[in-house]
Design a binder for this molecule. Structure first.
Ligand code: SF4
Ligand code: SF4
Ligand code: SF4
Length: 319
């Protein structure tokens, strides 16, 4: 019997949804799993971290990385996976662009800890856990600021079909293809290219026409600035606007900037009204890519200064 191609699946800070999407292949897993020689997958099989550490350098055909860098331990796991793997695959939008977790970069680490461990409504008594826990990073940086990836497979999560296609191509030694266009290119709704919008709606405003383009109806659909690959499943299957979870299309550096420019070209309103209509612009346009967008640098500089000041204050208080 030929041994399958060796793989590791590594989970950083994440929700496990990308792994779930792989499991959701159900019976099609029978085509995939026998061709894989799984060396580390603690989310599913009882592997320990020492099993990962024990693997020789470059002994693994492909490492799949899910999740973002929220702790020092995440950074350690990511570097370790890079060392062990010949090919490193960024698996899902958290790993590729920071994902929804990177919106935490809008707050300092101290503010996050205070909210989570001292102010949350479900708490009985506030306390910061520390025993046997890794250090929380000051902000969420891009995974590819730390290691080089060979392939990105975005999506929150990538669809099961995307994963099956990528893993099958990998097994067969063929190039893995990911969407090269935008969600709009795959969407079959009726579009009026020149239609101007006089007011924007939120997704729960009224009931969307199931046939016409959602953006033409005033719903904030992010299809024009989002990479294709999911089959435009939100507008097509759920009558919902695209939220942008596949990240920027090929060649676009900043998804938010691309989306803002697409909206500005169809908004028939004064800039002040546009500003009022778009509630929570960062959450709207950078929901999945805040660690990746160009504006992250200025936000990061500001937060680093805040974190440094907070650490100095704490050190002074402890003296
Ligand atoms: S990309 Fe989405 S589904 Fe995958 S781990 Fe991140 S939040 Fe979960
Ligand atoms: S904006 Fe949305 S609804 Fe309109 S074509 Fe693009 S993906 Fe489809
Ligand atoms: S339509 Fe948009 S939000 Fe929905 S799965 Fe596709 S890329 Fe993600």
């Amino acid at each position: 019997m030929v041994e399958g191609r060796s793989v590791i699946f590594v989970q950083l800070s994440s929700c496990w949804g990308c792994h779930q999407s792989l499991i959701d292949l159900y019976e099609r897993l029978l085509d995939v799993l026998p061709a894989l020689n799984i060396k580390y997958w603690p989310a599913v099989v009882d592997y320990k971290e020492k099993d990962l550490e024990a693997l020789p350098e470059k002994s693994i055909d492909a490492g799949f990385i899910e999740g973002a860098l929220r702790t020092d331990h995440d950074t350690h796991l990511l570097k370790s996976a890079r060392t062990k793997s010949k090919v490193l695959i960024s698996y899902g939008t958290c790993s590729s662009y920071g994902g929804v977790y990177a919106l935490a970069n809008l707050s300092t680490r101290d503010e996050l800890i205070k909210r989570k461990y001292y102010e949350a409504e479900s708490l009985v008594k506030g306390d910061t856990p520390s025993d046997n826990l890794p250090k929380i990073t000051t902000s969420i940086s891009k995974n590819d600021d730390i290691v080089k990836f060979d392939l990105y497979l975005p999506g929150c999560p990538p669809t099961s079909d995307n994963i099956a296609g990528a893993v099958t191509a990998f097994i067969q030694g063929k190039p893995v293809s990911i969407g090269q266009k935008t969600v709009c290119d795959d969407c079959e709704r009726n579009k009026e290219e020149k239609k101007l919008v006089k007011a924007f709606k939120r997704r729960f405003d009224g009931k969307a026409d199931p046939v016409k383009c959602l953006l033409n109806q005033g719903y904030l659909c992010l299809g024009p600035g989002t990479r294709s690959g999911c089959g435009a499943q939100c507008p097509t299957n759920a009558n919902l606007p695209c939220d942008g979870c596949y990240g920027p299309p090929e060649g676009v550096l900043d998804q938010g900037a691309k989306l803002l420019s697409a909206l500005a070209s169809i908004a028939d309103m004064e800039p002040e009204k546009l500003d009022r209509e778009i509630i929570d612009p960062v959450g709207q346009f950078y929901k999945f890519t805040f660690a990746h967008g160009l504006i992250r640098k200025s936000v990061r500089t500001y937060l680093d200064e805040q974190n440094r000041s907070a650490e100095k204050r704490t050190a002074k208080e402890e003296q």
